[in-house]
Design a protein around this ligand. Sequence first.
Ligand code: PXL
Length: 277
Amino acid sequence: MSYKKILTIQDISCVGQCSLTVALPIISACGIETCVLPSAVLSTHTGGFTGFTFRDLTEDMPKIKDHWVKEGIKFDAIYTGYLGSTKQIDYVVDIFNATASDTCVKVVDPAMADNGKLYVGFDAEFVEAMKGLCGKADYILPNLTEACFLTGMEYKTEYDRAYIDEILEKLTALGCKNIVFTGVSYKPGTTGVVVYENGQYSYYEQLLLPNSCHGTGDIYASAFVGAFVRGKSAYDAAKIAADYTAECVKATAAEENHWYGAKFEPVICKLISALNE
Ligand code: PXL
């Protein structure tokens, strides 16, 4: 295995088991050097806490990029998650252009919405800018809500394959090359992930767990990126990430008070074992 270096750009939520506090340990555990660019520092994430602090690091981004360019630093993969402002999306494009190696894989998780709603602080202008960023990525990882915002499709909780196919077609029209579409459920009691690569559809189904946790999208995306950069196919990486995320949710189920994130740490060994299979 050659030693790979990845850059991940997302916020630090100091408390809340999401974004960088999830991506850094998970991708590192996959055996990949993980460089970070924090988009903002928040006291907690915005999903359920009130009165959180928010330090916007937008203006640091071009200066950090310029220094890396001067040092000749390039990345084998760049993975973006929660971005703190529309301006940051323009800066991410500059970072793609300036720091991607020739074979760099660009993965965009358009982390901006769930359960039919945009996260606090995001608006239509941000969604528009995110469409442009998704068009520049090699892989995007939307959930159903994000895919609906990106395509203007109605958000539904019950649907069939034709509905998902229409969303995939509209995402492709935005310029999205490959799509790892999470939380797609065709049958009660199930969930799953669609992997749509170069127009080829595949689907991995799982049992729907009785509990859900905040931050699972970040766990999923980090594990997908880690497995994919380790050399797994997109389908295998999507499956490994789905199985690991389910283990994290199960590990959290016993404690009602742990609503703000998933306990991904005690089961990280399962992710590492899956990578070595
Ligand atoms: O998990 C996505 C996420 C990341 N970062 C921040 C968030 C959220 C979701 O609410 O608020 C700050």
